[in-house]
Design a protein around this ligand. Structure first.
Ligand SMILES: [Zn+2]
Length: 183
């Protein structure tokens, strides 16, 4: 089972992210954290790229470096948290290249995956992202926060569960894991 944490941005609370991840500690899972390098995600604040860069959250950067060292993979989740099919294709590709470069240098990691914001992607972008060496994670999988809220299992064929750190209720998640993932 792949567990994917989305919307990791400059505003992410590293302590909460750790608490969530600790819930998966004893499971045989691969974790992927999907990063938005520029701008914010959870509040409708105007994006100021120069002041909302990922590296401003030093605690988060340090935490992610530790996680990467212990095997967590990293995904690019857009450059900003926008619908990536809206800009001109060429501009989108250029932004993605710059964003990947930024994250790879900052976290000293090779970014393997791409998770399109809102799971929105088109054929051209898919072609270019794969040409750039990304493995695309879009559409497949199930929303862990929603499953935990409803105390419901995932489908048999599901190989990926994703959560949003800002949405996750840790107590609900713990109960859900015990019932549906522990055994
Ligand atoms: Zn997102």
């Amino acid at each position: 089972m792949l567990i994917r944490g989305d919307d990791i941005s400059v505003e992410t609370d590293a302590n909460k992210l750790k608490e969530i991840s600790d819930c998966f500690n004893e499971l045989q899972t691969q974790e992927v954290l999907a990063i938005v390098p520029f701008g914010k995600v959870i509040r409708p604040i105007e994006v100021e790229l120069e002041v909302n860069k990922f590296n401003e959250n030093g605690l988060l950067v340090k935490y992610l470096k530790d996680r990467i060292e212990s095997g967590t993979e990293v995904a690019l989740h857009g450059w900003e948290h926008i619908n990536i099919t809206e800009p001109e294709l060429e501009d989108a590709i250029w932004e993605i290249i710059k964003a990947r470069d930024y994250i790879e240098k900052l976290l000293e990691v090779k970014v393997k995956y791409f998770v399109p914001p809102f799971h929105i992607i088109n054929k051209d972008l898919k072609y270019w992202l794969e040409s750039l060496g990304f493995e695309i994670l879009a559409g497949e999988g199930e929303d862990l926060d929603k499953l935990a809220k409803k105390y419901q299992s995932f489908k048999k064929e599901t190989t990926m569960l994703w959560y949003h750190w800002w949405e996750t209720d840790i107590e609900e998640l713990k109960k859900w894991i015990k019932k549906y993932l522990w055994l």
